[in-house]
Design a binder for this molecule. Sequence first.
Ligand SMILES: [Zn+2]
Length: 69
Amino acid sequence: MSGQDYEAPSGAFSQRDDVAASSGTMIYRCGDCAVRVPLEKGAPIRCQKCGARVLYKERTRRMVQFEAR
Ligand SMILES: [Zn+2]
């Protein structure tokens, strides 16, 4: 391939400073100090406060109701 025709979009995207909580960010809870740790996808699982590596997933959505039969 010769020549990279990569046009930088001007004004197409508006980057925001606070990009989080919506795409790729999961909320974990530390198993040691129980602090909420927001981690991006691919980020190392580690508490940002105490440095513990034991984090539990915190579900942002409501838990699924179990079918009582
Ligand atoms: Zn912790």
